[in-house]
Design a protein around this ligand. Structure first.
Ligand SMILES: NC(=O)C1=CN([C@@H]2O[C@H](COP(=O)(O)OP(=O)(O)OC[C@H]3O[C@@H](n4cnc5c(N)ncnc54)[C@H](OP(=O)(O)O)[C@@H]3O)[C@@H](O)[C@H]2O)C=CC1
Ligand SMILES: O=C(O)C(=O)[C@@H](O)[C@H](O)C(=O)CO
Length: 279
């Protein structure tokens, strides 16, 4: 039976992370407080921002205004691409903490590996320093491939607790999910509902949604939950914010999961992490 409340996963350091969180990419800085507050009121406790989104202040303000005890919230931010390298990483972390208004961050991620600049190993060692200082409870990565993860395994002391990657039914990342599982790394899906574009119009999702009395977005987010991963949908619409977390009162059958698997096109929507070089 499906549970009726949020489910969570355990990171290798013993922390737990909710399977549905709230993403804030493309929410303008001056418009961030209201949707984050709506998300917290709807039950989200995991909030995903990034230095590059320019809206860490709004996230921090919403957290403070929410009235929810700090230790019940799980705040993630990400090191922006221009700040790779030890000293820049440490300075950029301080700037994030000032903007968020936090003493301790829950999770800090390297946003992109940028293998062509070859600074991600040095950057990861700075993350290890930050973790050792106690200012961040967990460290992880985003957009890492098997190859870039393997270098961290080979050349540093810490395995990332989590890798946040593009993942939705059109690009389900089975191979990388399996690799993560072998190394105890939690998979977190970005653009989990395909940026709200064509994916949600797929007839198979409409059919499954109708059978369960749910929406296509809820079916896709439930699919993420049943894959055993974390998903961080974004919305600025209070009804959709609430809808996207209401995925714990139904269960997809094996047949539903198999039908959703037919949507795999093998094509990304976003940049390829092996070649993405933007700073
Ligand atoms: N690490 C990385 O490189 C990346 C990380 N991310 C993270 O992942 C988060 C989510 O990814 P994102 O790219 O925003 O895309 P999502 O897959 O979350 O889709 C967001 C879009 O879907 C719409 N939407 C939301 N809910 C529904 C619904 N129930 N029905 C129909 N449409 C809906 C939203 O519109 P509306 O707001 O109007 O509701 C918005 O246009 C980001 O906010 C960010 O935190 C994203 C990209 C890259
Ligand atoms: O949203 C993010 O976190 C991203 O890294 C991407 O959206 C990225 O900025 C991108 O798509 C650049 O084209």
């Amino acid at each position: 039976m499906a549970t009726t409340s949020m489910t969570s996963l355990t990171l290798t350091n013993g922390m737990t992370i909710d399977q549905i969180g709230f993403g804030v990419f493309q929410i303008p800085p001056t418009e961030t407080v209201a949707p984050v507050r709506a998300a917290i009121e709807a039950g989200y406790r995991l909030i995903d921002t990034a230095q590059g989104y320019g809206n860490e202040e709004g996230v921090g303000q919403a957290v403070r205004e929410s009235g929810v005890p700090r230790d019940e919230l799980f705040i993630t931010t990400k090191l922006t691409n221009s700040e790779h390298g030890r000293d820049k990483t440490l300075r950029a972390f301080d700037a994030s903490m000032d903007k968020l208004g936090l003493d301790v961050l829950d999770l800090f991620l390297i946003h992109w590996p940028l293998p062509m600049y070859d600074q991600y190993v040095e950057t990861w060692k700075a993350f290890e320093e930050l973790h050792a200082s106690g200012r961040v409870r967990a460290i992880g990565v985003s957009n890492f491939t098997k190859e870039t993860l393997q270098r961290l395994f080979d050349e540093t002391d810490t395995v990332p607790v989590l890798n946040q990657i593009e993942l939705h039914p059109r690009f389900p990342q089975a191979e990388l999910r399996e690799f993560h599982a072998q190394h105890g790394i939690v998979t977190e899906a970005w653009s989990p509902i395909g940026q709200g574009k064509g994916l949600l119009d797929e007839p198979v999702l409409a059919e499954i949604a109708q059978a369960h009395g749910k929406t296509p977005a809820q079916v896709v987010l439930r699919w993420h939950v049943q894959l055993g991963i974390v998903a961080i949908p974004k919305s600025v619409n209070p009804e959709r914010i609430a809808q996207n977390i209401q995925v714990f009162d139904f269960e997809l059958s094996d047949d539903d999961m198999a039908r959703i698997a037919t949507l795999d096109t093998g094509e990304r929507m976003g940049p390829d992490p092996a070649t993405a070089s933007f700073r």
